[in-house]
Design a protein around this ligand. Structure first.
Ligand SMILES: NC(=O)c1ccc[n+]([C@@H]2O[C@H](COP(=O)([O-])OP(=O)(O)OC[C@H]3O[C@@H](n4cnc5c(N)ncnc54)[C@H](OP(=O)(O)O)[C@@H]3O)[C@@H](O)[C@H]2O)c1
Length: 321
């Protein structure tokens, strides 16, 4: 039986290698979409406060539990602390808001979404916060260090409301610093990963530290076509001839090839699809494998192309430089 989970450090919790991503699922479609995803077999749901759909995500989860499709303990629910809530006093309220919106009493994995502390915006004025406060033209930062933020994340573990904590969009420098003071090592790092941006050294080093890696945007430019110039102009990965050739050879879809490429690196994936057939086929990546020649061909597609880049959205923040 193929391995379907990654065992997390500290808790030994089994994080599914494939989960369902909730970014850009409209809140109004969310209950049905998440319910369908769970029915299709997804057990990990990857959300975030900033996706502005946690109420719908929670309804979908609770509907599936109520109908007896799953028990709460069968699910692995992930959500993320947004940048405007990094200050010591804002972390627990932000976490509690996610919990309340989803109608849950604990989270399996809570991530710092970005290592970017942005000026607090009162949720009564705007919720969720954004990169740019309404009425401004660029990011306003806040003096709240990550070590303070991480200390508050650790208290969520002590209080048994978050089983695991982790980070997203951190690089090696940020992780090295965090390792010098943390009581609990991050369980996971979630970053953009696909054949156009493989981040081989980062992935291998992070895995060696006992931190599990999750890939987001496994289909490269596909989800950025309407968001930035890079997404619009890059050659789509899903129709790239190398990916298509391998797909034809295995009788699989290009999407399955890209997802399989990732899990063969022991990197979890969280594809999002609004289409039930694609949703199902994205899960079907365990009972077959890519050959070394396929992996080598996909590895040749590396071009350092990052699509979820703050600069590409017009912000003066070269975060990944
Ligand atoms: N931590 C972070 O900063 C961060 C950033 C970005 C994303 N994420 C997480 O990662 C998840 C996935 O990333 P993503 O949303 O960027 O996109 P993705 O899963 O890489 O791609 C989604 C796009 O691919 C299409 N698609 C899905 N399955 C397909 C298939 N089998 N064949 C052809 N097209 C397919 C979808 O269209 P249809 O819906 O029409 O199928 C959608 O346009 C997000 O939902 C979110 O949970 C995290």
């Amino acid at each position: 039986m193929a391995q379907t989970h990654i065992e997390l450090n500290r808790t030994g919790d089994k994080m599914p290698l494939v989960g369902f991503g909730c970014w850009k699922v409209e809140d109004s479609d969310c209950e049905e979409t998440i319910y369908n995803a769970i029915k299709a077999g997804y057990r990990l749901i990857d959300g975030a406060a900033v996706y502005a759909n946690e109420v719908g995500v929670g309804r979908g989860i609770n509907k599936a539990i109520k109908e007896g499709i799953v028990k709460r303990e069968d699910l692995f629910v992930v959500t993320k602390l947004w940048n405007t809530y990094h200050q010591k006093d804002h972390i627990r309220p932000a976490f509690d808001r996610s919990l309340k919106d989803m109608g849950l009493d604990y989270i399996d994995l809570y991530l710092i979404h970005f290592p970017v502390p942005i000026k607090y915006v009162d949720p009564a004025v705007q919720y969720p916060g954004d990169w740019i406060e309404e009425g401004n033209t660029d990011i306003l930062y806040e003096r709240s260090p990550i070590h303070v933020c991480w200390g508050e994340m650790e208290k969520l573990v002590d209080d048994k409301v978050a089983r695991n904590i982790g980070v997203s969009n951190f690089n090696v420098m940020a992780l090295l610093d965090l390792f010098t003071y943390c009581r609990y090592k991050p369980a996971t790092l979630q970053v953009e990963l696909h054949p156009y941006l493989q981040q081989k050294r980062l992935v291998e080093w992070v895995q060696k530290q006992g931190v599990a890696v999750t890939a987001y945007s496994s289909f490269g430019p596909a989800s950025y076509v309407t968001l930035n110039e890079e997404g619009k102009t890059a050659k789509p990965l899903l129709t790239h001839e190398s990916v298509q050739d391998i797909a034809t050879k295995h009788g699989k879809s290009p999407a399955q090839i890209l997802l399989r490429w990732s899990i063969q690196r022991n990197v979890a994936v969280i594809p999002k699809s609004m289409n039930q057939e694609r949703m199902k086929s994205n899960l079907d990546i365990f009972e077959w494998s890519l050959e070394q020649g396929d992996v080598d061909a996909l590895n040749k597609l590396e071009m350092g192309a990052r699509f979820n880049d703050t600069v590409s959205y017009g912000f003066d923040l070269p975060l990944f430089d």
